[in-house]
Design a binder for this molecule. Structure first.
Ligand code: PTJ
Length: 270
């Protein structure tokens, strides 16, 4: 096991602990090797948005939770990264929204499916869809491993939460008429662009907020929930997310000199 001790006062402790969790997930077969790379890409975009949940993301979370609570058949798709980063919260959200969990892997291996199922069961999941022992249907628009779906899960769903998803599958889900919600730190990814609602935030911050919001909003009438979802504009959301990145980069460019006060630049050069 790789486990390293991260000092409590380390300025990047949360980020390093999260990275450790993904590495452990990889060692226990939950996370695909490509999942390590995907996580690194996520880290880079998190840096660019300022490593905090923006008001925009909170707005998207509200619209997403409203869509899940007012759906006839909501489903949550789980991959290796999602399972390693937020197992407890994904199970909680599934229970509050009556949205079954379906394992759907790009890099399928039976050991990975088993490890993910075990990890979700350990934190309270009662039933997991999409496993090899269940019936399967096919998304015709897709050629990858992810074309297989559970007929009682994604196959029958009207609203699907697909966090950290690849672009082809998102497009295929849209092509077969699903309402797609994603969580993706990259507002320019194909998944972000083709989804109906994109939460541009780190899944580790977004999921606990979704659980909290779902608890609050569960008491709202379906009409009211639908109004919230209909009022959301994803193109505007994504354009403003890119603006946030640009503003953050501009501020960083202006402040970089001020940050270099600890050591005089070039002082050790002989
Ligand atoms: O477990 P599997 O086999 O299904 O594979 C899962 C991965 C993630 C490897 C697979 O879906 C994949 O290759 O995804 P992509 O195409 O790399 O897309 C992942 C997206 O998630 C990228 O746009 C990343 O920026 C984003 N991302 C990564 N980590 C986070 C994230 N978004 C939110 N929170 C994160 N922690």
């Amino acid at each position: 096991m790789t486990k390293i001790e991260i000092p409590l006062n380390h300025p990047r402790r949360i980020s390093l602990e999260t990275r450790e969790r993904v590495i452990e997930g990889h060692e226990s077969n939950i996370v695909a090797t490509a999942g390590l790379l995907a996580h690194g890409r996520g880290e880079a975009f998190d840096y660019l948005i300022g490593e905090k949940t923006t008001e925009l993301a909170e707005h998207a979370i509200r619209a997403a939770v409203a869509a899940m609570l007012s759906a006839d058949h909501p489903v949550i798709s789980v991959n290796g990264n999602v399972c390693s980063l937020v197992p407890e919260d994904i199970v909680k959200l599934s229970k509050i929204c009556n949205a079954p969990l379906e394992i759907n892997l790009f890099y399928y291996r039976k050991e990975r499916e088993d490890a993910i199922k075990r990890a979700l069961m350990e934190v309270g999941a009662k039933e997991i869809l999409g496993t090899h022992d269940r019936p399967s249907a096919i998304i015709p628009e897709l050629s990858s491993n992810r074309r297989k779906v559970d007929p009682n899960g994604i196959g029958a769903a009207d609203v699907i939460l697909v966090p950290l998803e690849d672009g082809d599958r998102t497009e295929a889900l849209k092509a077969i008429g699903k309402f797609v919600i994603t969580i993706d730190l990259n507002p320019m990814s194909r998944t972000a662009i083709h989804s109906d609602i994109t939460i541009v935030d780190n899944i580790t911050r977004a999921l606990p907020l979704m659980v909290e919001k779902a608890r609050d909003m569960k008491k709202l009438a379906k009409d009211e929930l639908r109004k919230i979802t209909r009022g959301f504009d994803n193109s505007e959301n994504l354009a403003m997310s890119v603006q946030i990145i640009m503003k953050h980069l501009e501020e960083s460019a202006n402040n970089i000199g001020k940050l270099r006060t600890k050591f005089k630049a070039g002082a050790n050069y002989k």
